[in-house]
Design a protein around this ligand. Structure first.
Ligand code: HEM
Length: 178
């Protein structure tokens, strides 16, 4: 913070960036642990795999990642999917829908734990893609991998209560019987 003025970065920019790291880092990662765990618990115990590889976590992010909508401001006039978009217009990208695009991901509703390639946009794309994707994958590998190894019979203990949020999926409650 003290060095920000020398670097030509305004105080508000630094504060906002810190807010984004905290908010983006906590909320998305914790919501993903809930949506990912629920998806796993819905697989019958005999058919479950232990989600302890990067590939398996990425497949879960594609299938039930928390972030469903991202927006971008168009910086110059362009044509996208046959539609003209003017400079300054906002484009909303529906990541959840893109992640189930059957022309890119064969059998998109199925969990294919070693899906290759798996270029899902669950962590965004380009210069503003998720800064914490590696942290998120590492955390999920440890948490979901440990649950899978130590509690192979885990199951939902009550009807889960989802958060009705269009842009970021998550749950108000997920009670689990280990
Ligand atoms: C499963 C967990 C996570 C998911 C699904 C996720 C997803 C995303 C997505 C979709 C974006 C927007 C990218 C774009 O606009 O193209 C983003 C941005 C970001 N994420 Fe994550 N994220 C997760 C975890 C984390 C964690 C753990 C951190 C920090 C430790 C983090 C830090 C950030 C930051 C700082 C940005 C903004 C990057 C920028 O605007 O330049 N995220 N994330």
């Amino acid at each position: 913070m003290a060095k920000a003025p020398d670097a030509g970065v305004g105080r508000e920019v630094v504060l906002n960036s810190l807010r984004v790291v905290l908010q983006a880092g906590f909320q998305t990662a914790s919501r993903f642990l809930a949506t990912g765990l629920l998806t796993l618990l819905r697989v019958p115990p005999g058919e479950r795999v232990v989600v302890d590889t990067d590939k398996a976590v990425h497949e879960l992010v594609r299938h039930c990642g928390p972030v469903h909508v991202e927006s971008r401001a168009c910086v110059r006039d362009t044509v996208l999917g046959g539609r003209r978009i003017r400079r300054g217009q906002i484009v909303s990208c529906f990541l959840g829908a893109a992640n189930r695009d059957a022309s890119v991901f064969p059998e998109p509703d199925r969990l294919v734990w070693d899906r290759t390639p798996n270029r899902h946009p669950g962590f965004g794309r380009g210069p503003h893609a998720c800064l914490g994707a590696h942290v998120a994958v590492e955390v999920a590998r440890h948490v979901l991998g440990t649950v899978g190894r130590r509690f192979p019979q885990a199951r939902p203990a009550a009807e889960p209560v989802p958060r009705p949020d269009v842009t970021e999926h998550g749950m108000y409650s997920l009670r689990v019987s280990f």
